[in-house]
Write a protein that binds this ligand. Sequence first.
Ligand SMILES: [Fe+2]
Length: 413
Amino acid sequence: SRLALLLLCCISGALGRDLTIGGRAYIQSTSRWLPLYPVPRLPSVKEPSEPRNIHLSFGDTERDIVVTWSTVSKVSLPLARFRACSAPPHQPWQLATARSTKFVDGGPLKSAQWIHRAKLLNLSSGERYNYSVSSDGSVWYPVMEFRVPNVSQAQRSFAVFGDFGLANAQSLPRLLDDVTRQRMYDAIVHVGDFAYDMPDENGAVGDRFMQMLQPIASRVPYMTCVGNHEEKYNFSHYRNRFSMPGSSENFFYSVNIGPVHLVSISNEFYFFTNYGTAQLGRQYRWLDADLREANLNRTAAPWIVLIGHRPLYCSNNDSRDCDWGARTLRSGFNGHRWGLEPLIHKYGVDLAFWGHEHSYERTWPVHNGYLCSFIWHERVALNLLQLHAKCQLASSEAAQLKSIKPLQQLTSG
Ligand SMILES: [Fe+2]
Protein backbone atom coordinates (compact mmCIF):
# COMPACT_ATOMS: atom_id res chain seq x y z
CA SER A 1 0.00 0.00 0.00
CA ARG A 2 1.14 3.48 -0.69
CA LEU A 3 0.17 6.56 1.15
CA ALA A 4 0.49 9.90 -0.56
CA LEU A 5 0.78 12.73 1.87
CA LEU A 6 1.12 16.38 1.23
CA LEU A 7 1.94 18.43 4.23
CA LEU A 8 1.11 22.09 4.06
CA CYS A 9 2.73 23.53 7.10
CA CYS A 10 2.75 26.98 8.57
CA ILE A 11 -0.47 27.62 6.75
CA SER A 12 -1.21 30.72 8.72
CA GLY A 13 1.77 32.17 6.93
CA ALA A 14 3.73 33.07 10.00
CA LEU A 15 6.65 31.35 11.60
CA GLY A 16 6.59 31.29 15.34
CA ARG A 17 3.89 30.34 17.79
CA ASP A 18 0.42 31.40 18.60
CA LEU A 19 -0.57 32.97 21.84
CA THR A 20 -3.80 34.39 23.18
CA ILE A 21 -3.78 37.36 25.52
CA GLY A 22 -7.04 38.93 26.57
CA GLY A 23 -8.92 36.95 23.98
CA ARG A 24 -6.82 38.10 21.02
CA ALA A 25 -4.44 35.92 19.04
CA TYR A 26 -0.87 36.97 18.36
CA ILE A 27 1.61 35.42 15.97
CA GLN A 28 5.31 35.78 16.61
CA SER A 29 7.53 35.84 13.56
CA THR A 30 10.94 34.28 14.04
CA SER A 31 12.42 34.91 10.62
CA ARG A 32 10.76 37.48 8.40
CA TRP A 33 7.50 39.29 8.02
CA LEU A 34 5.23 37.97 5.35
CA PRO A 35 2.53 40.07 3.68
CA LEU A 36 -0.88 39.50 5.13
CA TYR A 37 -3.21 37.60 2.85
CA PRO A 38 -6.53 39.47 2.77
CA VAL A 39 -9.79 37.85 3.74
CA PRO A 40 -11.38 36.87 0.42
CA ARG A 41 -14.76 38.12 -0.72
CA LEU A 42 -17.30 35.81 0.80
CA PRO A 43 -20.70 34.97 -0.65
CA SER A 44 -23.38 37.10 0.93
CA VAL A 45 -26.26 35.42 2.70
CA LYS A 46 -29.43 37.43 2.18
CA GLU A 47 -32.11 35.37 3.87
CA PRO A 48 -31.82 33.96 7.40
CA SER A 49 -33.10 30.63 6.02
CA GLU A 50 -30.43 30.50 3.31
CA PRO A 51 -27.92 27.61 3.66
CA ARG A 52 -24.33 28.66 4.33
CA ASN A 53 -21.10 27.17 5.71
CA ILE A 54 -21.64 23.96 3.73
CA HIS A 55 -18.99 21.36 4.35
CA LEU A 56 -18.40 17.61 4.21
CA SER A 57 -16.91 15.02 6.49
CA PHE A 58 -16.62 11.26 6.51
CA GLY A 59 -19.13 9.34 8.56
CA ASP A 60 -18.29 5.99 10.08
CA THR A 61 -16.70 4.83 6.81
CA GLU A 62 -15.27 6.54 3.74
CA ARG A 63 -18.43 5.59 1.86
CA ASP A 64 -20.55 7.64 4.26
CA ILE A 65 -20.55 11.39 3.78
CA VAL A 66 -22.04 13.84 6.27
CA VAL A 67 -23.15 17.19 4.85
CA THR A 68 -23.20 19.95 7.46
CA TRP A 69 -24.54 23.45 6.95
CA SER A 70 -26.01 26.32 8.87
CA THR A 71 -28.95 28.72 8.70
CA VAL A 72 -29.51 31.77 10.84
CA SER A 73 -33.16 30.88 11.37
CA LYS A 74 -34.96 27.66 12.11
CA VAL A 75 -36.12 26.12 8.83
CA SER A 76 -39.11 23.96 7.99
CA LEU A 77 -37.52 21.08 6.11
CA PRO A 78 -33.70 20.85 6.02
CA LEU A 79 -32.83 18.35 3.30
CA ALA A 80 -29.88 17.17 1.25
CA ARG A 81 -30.35 15.58 -2.15
CA PHE A 82 -27.71 13.61 -4.00
CA ARG A 83 -27.27 11.63 -7.19
CA ALA A 84 -24.35 9.78 -8.78
CA CYS A 85 -22.88 11.75 -11.67
CA SER A 86 -22.96 8.60 -13.79
CA ALA A 87 -26.69 8.14 -13.22
CA PRO A 88 -29.02 8.84 -16.17
CA PRO A 89 -30.54 12.34 -16.11
CA HIS A 90 -34.06 11.08 -15.47
CA GLN A 91 -33.02 9.21 -12.33
CA PRO A 92 -34.55 10.97 -9.31
CA TRP A 93 -32.45 12.52 -6.60
CA GLN A 94 -32.03 10.59 -3.38
CA LEU A 95 -33.08 12.57 -0.34
CA ALA A 96 -31.58 12.67 3.15
CA THR A 97 -33.34 14.53 5.94
CA ALA A 98 -31.02 16.58 8.10
CA ARG A 99 -30.96 16.55 11.87
CA SER A 100 -31.01 20.13 13.15
CA THR A 101 -29.65 21.56 16.37
CA LYS A 102 -29.77 25.10 17.66
CA PHE A 103 -26.40 26.62 18.45
CA VAL A 104 -26.13 29.74 20.56
CA ASP A 105 -22.79 31.55 20.76
CA GLY A 106 -21.63 32.32 24.31
CA GLY A 107 -20.91 36.01 23.62
CA PRO A 108 -22.97 38.99 24.83
CA LEU A 109 -25.30 38.97 21.81
CA LYS A 110 -26.12 35.27 22.26
CA SER A 111 -26.21 34.94 18.47
CA ALA A 112 -28.17 31.87 17.45
CA GLN A 113 -28.02 29.69 14.38
CA TRP A 114 -29.21 26.27 13.34
CA ILE A 115 -26.77 23.56 12.34
CA HIS A 116 -28.07 20.89 9.96
CA ARG A 117 -26.49 17.49 9.40
CA ALA A 118 -27.54 15.07 6.67
CA LYS A 119 -25.98 11.63 6.31
CA LEU A 120 -25.46 10.24 2.81
CA LEU A 121 -24.85 6.58 3.55
CA ASN A 122 -23.39 3.62 1.70
CA LEU A 123 -22.34 5.58 -1.38
CA SER A 124 -20.79 3.86 -4.38
CA SER A 125 -17.04 3.38 -4.25
CA GLY A 126 -15.11 5.63 -6.63
CA GLU A 127 -18.26 7.44 -7.78
CA ARG A 128 -18.67 11.19 -8.15
CA TYR A 129 -21.85 12.64 -6.72
CA ASN A 130 -23.80 15.82 -7.25
CA TYR A 131 -25.56 17.14 -4.19
CA SER A 132 -27.37 20.14 -2.88
CA VAL A 133 -29.14 21.30 0.26
CA SER A 134 -32.44 23.01 0.94
CA SER A 135 -34.28 24.66 3.80
CA ASP A 136 -37.77 23.77 2.61
CA GLY A 137 -37.52 21.01 -0.01
CA SER A 138 -38.46 23.34 -2.87
CA VAL A 139 -35.69 25.94 -3.22
CA TRP A 140 -32.30 24.27 -3.60
CA TYR A 141 -28.78 25.60 -3.16
CA PRO A 142 -26.65 25.38 -6.36
CA VAL A 143 -25.42 21.86 -7.06
CA MET A 144 -22.02 20.88 -5.71
CA GLU A 145 -19.90 17.77 -6.23
CA PHE A 146 -17.74 15.33 -4.29
CA ARG A 147 -16.03 12.03 -5.00
CA VAL A 148 -16.17 8.87 -2.91
CA PRO A 149 -12.76 7.16 -2.64
CA ASN A 150 -12.34 3.98 -4.61
CA VAL A 151 -12.16 1.23 -2.00
CA SER A 152 -10.38 -1.12 -4.41
CA GLN A 153 -7.43 1.26 -4.64
CA ALA A 154 -5.01 1.22 -1.72
CA GLN A 155 -3.82 4.78 -2.14
CA ARG A 156 -5.17 7.96 -0.60
CA SER A 157 -4.03 11.54 -0.77
CA PHE A 158 -4.40 13.98 2.11
CA ALA A 159 -3.66 17.62 2.76
CA VAL A 160 -2.64 17.98 6.40
CA PHE A 161 -2.25 21.32 8.13
CA GLY A 162 -3.07 23.19 11.29
CA ASP A 163 -3.46 26.69 12.62
CA PHE A 164 -5.44 28.11 9.74
CA GLY A 165 -6.96 31.54 10.29
CA LEU A 166 -9.55 33.71 8.64
CA ALA A 167 -7.06 36.55 8.30
CA ASN A 168 -3.81 35.90 6.48
CA ALA A 169 -4.85 32.49 5.11
CA GLN A 170 -1.74 32.33 2.95
CA SER A 171 -2.40 28.84 1.66
CA LEU A 172 -5.99 29.37 0.62
CA PRO A 173 -5.29 29.94 -3.11
CA ARG A 174 -3.11 26.85 -3.26
CA LEU A 175 -5.68 24.75 -1.45
CA LEU A 176 -8.46 26.02 -3.70
CA ASP A 177 -6.47 25.15 -6.78
CA ASP A 178 -5.51 21.73 -5.45
CA VAL A 179 -9.12 20.91 -4.65
CA THR A 180 -11.03 22.51 -7.51
CA ARG A 181 -8.71 22.13 -10.47
CA GLN A 182 -6.32 19.37 -9.54
CA ARG A 183 -8.75 17.28 -7.47
CA MET A 184 -5.74 16.14 -5.49
CA TYR A 185 -7.15 15.00 -2.17
CA ASP A 186 -9.37 12.32 -0.73
CA ALA A 187 -9.55 14.25 2.53
CA ILE A 188 -8.30 17.39 4.19
CA VAL A 189 -7.08 17.13 7.76
CA HIS A 190 -6.98 20.28 9.89
CA VAL A 191 -5.13 19.62 13.14
CA GLY A 192 -6.70 22.30 15.30
CA ASP A 193 -6.85 26.09 15.70
CA PHE A 194 -9.48 27.51 13.41
CA ALA A 195 -10.18 31.07 12.31
CA TYR A 196 -8.46 32.89 15.23
CA ASP A 197 -11.00 32.57 16.77
CA MET A 198 -14.38 31.20 15.85
CA PRO A 199 -16.15 32.73 18.88
CA ASP A 200 -14.81 36.23 18.17
CA GLU A 201 -17.29 39.00 17.32
CA ASN A 202 -20.14 36.97 18.78
CA GLY A 203 -19.32 34.07 16.47
CA ALA A 204 -19.20 36.13 13.26
CA VAL A 205 -15.53 35.24 12.76
CA GLY A 206 -16.46 31.55 12.88
CA ASP A 207 -19.22 32.09 10.33
CA ARG A 208 -16.92 33.96 7.97
CA PHE A 209 -14.25 31.31 8.37
CA MET A 210 -16.68 28.52 7.54
CA GLN A 211 -17.86 30.50 4.52
CA MET A 212 -14.24 30.87 3.45
CA LEU A 213 -13.77 27.11 3.77
CA GLN A 214 -16.91 26.24 1.83
CA PRO A 215 -15.37 26.15 -1.68
CA ILE A 216 -12.87 23.60 -0.35
CA ALA A 217 -14.79 21.72 2.30
CA SER A 218 -17.96 21.34 0.23
CA ARG A 219 -15.91 19.28 -2.24
CA VAL A 220 -13.61 17.23 -0.01
CA PRO A 221 -14.26 15.79 3.47
CA TYR A 222 -12.75 18.17 6.00
CA MET A 223 -11.57 16.19 9.04
CA THR A 224 -10.56 17.94 12.23
CA CYS A 225 -9.19 17.84 15.73
CA VAL A 226 -9.57 20.51 18.37
CA GLY A 227 -6.99 23.17 19.26
CA ASN A 228 -6.48 25.63 22.08
CA HIS A 229 -8.10 28.45 20.11
CA GLU A 230 -11.41 26.56 20.25
CA GLU A 231 -11.48 26.57 24.05
CA LYS A 232 -13.89 29.43 24.63
CA TYR A 233 -17.33 28.49 26.02
CA ASN A 234 -16.11 24.95 26.60
CA PHE A 235 -15.26 24.40 22.93
CA SER A 236 -18.85 25.04 21.89
CA HIS A 237 -18.01 26.30 18.39
CA TYR A 238 -15.90 23.24 17.68
CA ARG A 239 -18.57 20.90 19.03
CA ASN A 240 -21.34 22.50 17.03
CA ARG A 241 -19.82 23.48 13.73
CA PHE A 242 -18.19 20.18 12.79
CA SER A 243 -19.54 16.64 12.37
CA MET A 244 -16.88 14.06 13.01
CA PRO A 245 -17.58 10.31 13.35
CA GLY A 246 -18.34 8.71 16.70
CA SER A 247 -20.18 10.08 19.69
CA SER A 248 -17.63 12.32 21.42
CA GLU A 249 -18.82 15.64 19.97
CA ASN A 250 -15.87 15.65 17.55
CA PHE A 251 -13.20 15.36 20.26
CA PHE A 252 -11.99 11.79 19.68
CA TYR A 253 -12.85 9.45 16.85
CA SER A 254 -11.36 7.21 14.22
CA VAL A 255 -12.23 6.26 10.67
CA ASN A 256 -10.61 4.03 8.09
CA ILE A 257 -9.74 5.91 4.90
CA GLY A 258 -8.26 3.39 2.47
CA PRO A 259 -5.05 2.01 4.03
CA VAL A 260 -5.14 4.61 6.79
CA HIS A 261 -6.71 4.22 10.21
CA LEU A 262 -7.06 7.91 11.07
CA VAL A 263 -7.32 8.61 14.80
CA SER A 264 -8.10 12.08 16.09
CA ILE A 265 -7.83 13.07 19.74
CA SER A 266 -8.10 16.17 21.89
CA ASN A 267 -4.73 17.09 23.35
CA GLU A 268 -6.49 20.11 24.82
CA PHE A 269 -8.14 17.93 27.47
CA TYR A 270 -4.72 17.81 29.17
CA PHE A 271 -4.54 21.57 29.55
CA PHE A 272 -8.08 22.82 30.03
CA THR A 273 -8.74 20.73 33.10
CA ASN A 274 -11.03 23.50 34.32
CA TYR A 275 -13.65 21.59 32.33
CA GLY A 276 -12.89 18.46 34.34
CA THR A 277 -10.74 15.40 33.76
CA ALA A 278 -13.49 12.82 33.27
CA GLN A 279 -13.39 13.41 29.52
CA LEU A 280 -9.64 12.81 29.57
CA GLY A 281 -10.13 9.41 31.18
CA ARG A 282 -12.88 8.56 28.69
CA GLN A 283 -10.68 9.55 25.78
CA TYR A 284 -7.73 7.57 27.11
CA ARG A 285 -9.76 4.40 27.56
CA TRP A 286 -11.29 4.86 24.11
CA LEU A 287 -7.87 5.44 22.54
CA ASP A 288 -6.45 2.33 24.20
CA ALA A 289 -9.28 0.19 22.83
CA ASP A 290 -9.28 1.82 19.40
CA LEU A 291 -5.53 1.45 18.86
CA ARG A 292 -5.58 -2.12 20.13
CA GLU A 293 -8.23 -3.04 17.58
CA ALA A 294 -6.53 -1.07 14.80
CA ASN A 295 -3.25 -2.83 15.48
CA LEU A 296 -5.03 -6.15 14.94
CA ASN A 297 -6.46 -4.91 11.67
CA ARG A 298 -3.23 -4.08 9.85
CA THR A 299 -4.15 -6.14 6.82
CA ALA A 300 -7.07 -3.88 6.01
CA ALA A 301 -5.57 -0.62 7.27
CA PRO A 302 -1.80 -0.96 7.67
CA TRP A 303 -1.18 2.67 8.57
CA ILE A 304 -2.22 4.05 11.93
CA VAL A 305 -2.11 7.83 11.74
CA LEU A 306 -2.76 9.94 14.83
CA ILE A 307 -3.63 13.63 14.89
CA GLY A 308 -3.80 16.04 17.81
CA HIS A 309 -3.16 19.74 18.18
CA ARG A 310 -0.30 20.26 20.62
CA PRO A 311 2.86 18.30 19.92
CA LEU A 312 4.41 15.52 21.98
CA TYR A 313 7.81 16.64 20.75
CA CYS A 314 9.08 19.99 19.57
CA SER A 315 12.35 21.82 19.96
CA ASN A 316 11.82 25.48 19.20
CA ASN A 317 12.06 28.17 21.86
CA ASP A 318 8.48 27.69 23.06
CA SER A 319 9.76 26.25 26.30
CA ARG A 320 6.38 26.08 28.00
CA ASP A 321 4.75 23.93 25.33
CA CYS A 322 7.85 22.09 24.11
CA ASP A 323 8.97 21.23 27.63
CA TRP A 324 6.22 21.02 30.22
CA GLY A 325 3.35 20.77 27.75
CA ALA A 326 4.89 18.08 25.57
CA ARG A 327 5.98 16.12 28.63
CA THR A 328 2.46 16.24 30.02
CA LEU A 329 1.08 14.82 26.79
CA ARG A 330 3.73 12.12 26.64
CA SER A 331 3.64 11.03 30.27
CA GLY A 332 0.37 12.33 31.61
CA PHE A 333 -0.22 13.91 34.97
CA ASN A 334 2.29 13.18 37.71
CA GLY A 335 4.16 11.15 35.17
CA HIS A 336 1.76 8.23 35.11
CA ARG A 337 -1.84 9.17 34.35
CA TRP A 338 -3.16 9.15 30.79
CA GLY A 339 0.22 9.54 29.13
CA LEU A 340 -0.10 9.16 25.36
CA GLU A 341 3.35 7.93 24.48
CA PRO A 342 3.01 4.43 26.00
CA LEU A 343 -0.10 3.85 23.89
CA ILE A 344 1.51 5.22 20.76
CA HIS A 345 4.49 2.96 21.32
CA LYS A 346 2.56 -0.13 22.40
CA TYR A 347 0.31 -0.17 19.36
CA GLY A 348 2.85 1.03 16.83
CA VAL A 349 1.32 4.27 15.62
CA ASP A 350 3.08 4.90 12.32
CA LEU A 351 2.67 8.61 11.88
CA ALA A 352 1.53 11.49 14.06
CA PHE A 353 0.70 15.03 13.02
CA TRP A 354 0.55 17.92 15.44
CA GLY A 355 -0.05 21.64 14.98
CA HIS A 356 0.19 24.56 17.41
CA GLU A 357 3.88 25.33 16.88
CA HIS A 358 4.10 27.43 13.73
CA SER A 359 7.38 25.88 12.70
CA TYR A 360 8.04 22.74 10.73
CA GLU A 361 9.77 19.84 12.40
CA ARG A 362 9.86 16.14 11.78
CA THR A 363 11.59 13.44 13.72
CA TRP A 364 12.88 9.96 13.32
CA PRO A 365 10.85 7.46 15.34
CA VAL A 366 11.28 8.45 18.98
CA HIS A 367 10.33 6.99 22.32
CA ASN A 368 10.89 8.36 25.81
CA GLY A 369 12.83 11.23 24.32
CA TYR A 370 15.31 8.99 22.59
CA LEU A 371 15.92 7.83 19.08
CA CYS A 372 14.04 4.70 18.33
CA SER A 373 15.28 3.98 14.85
CA PHE A 374 16.98 5.55 11.89
CA ILE A 375 14.41 3.93 9.65
CA TRP A 376 11.65 6.04 8.22
CA HIS A 377 8.43 4.29 7.40
CA GLU A 378 9.01 4.15 3.67
CA ARG A 379 6.88 1.06 3.64
CA VAL A 380 4.29 -0.46 5.79
CA ALA A 381 4.82 -4.13 5.09
CA LEU A 382 8.43 -3.96 6.32
CA ASN A 383 8.47 -5.89 9.51
CA LEU A 384 6.76 -3.75 12.10
CA LEU A 385 7.83 -6.16 14.79
CA GLN A 386 11.43 -5.49 13.89
CA LEU A 387 10.87 -1.81 14.41
CA HIS A 388 9.14 -2.40 17.70
CA ALA A 389 11.98 -4.55 18.89
CA LYS A 390 14.33 -1.69 18.21
CA CYS A 391 12.10 0.64 20.14
CA GLN A 392 12.23 -1.57 23.16
CA LEU A 393 15.97 -1.16 23.13
CA ALA A 394 15.70 2.55 22.64
CA SER A 395 17.00 3.65 26.03
CA SER A 396 20.09 1.51 26.06
CA GLU A 397 20.83 2.19 22.41
CA ALA A 398 20.46 5.86 22.97
CA ALA A 399 22.78 5.72 25.96
CA GLN A 400 25.40 4.15 23.76
CA LEU A 401 24.81 6.89 21.23
CA LYS A 402 25.74 9.44 23.89
CA SER A 403 22.12 10.26 24.58
CA ILE A 404 21.30 11.76 21.23
CA LYS A 405 18.26 13.95 21.51
CA PRO A 406 16.31 13.24 18.36
CA LEU A 407 14.78 16.60 17.81
CA GLN A 408 17.86 18.67 18.42
CA GLN A 409 20.02 16.74 16.01
CA LEU A 410 17.71 15.15 13.54
CA THR A 411 15.19 17.67 12.47
CA SER A 412 15.11 19.28 9.11
CA GLY A 413 12.87 21.69 7.32
FE1 LIG B 1 -2.52 26.21 19.10
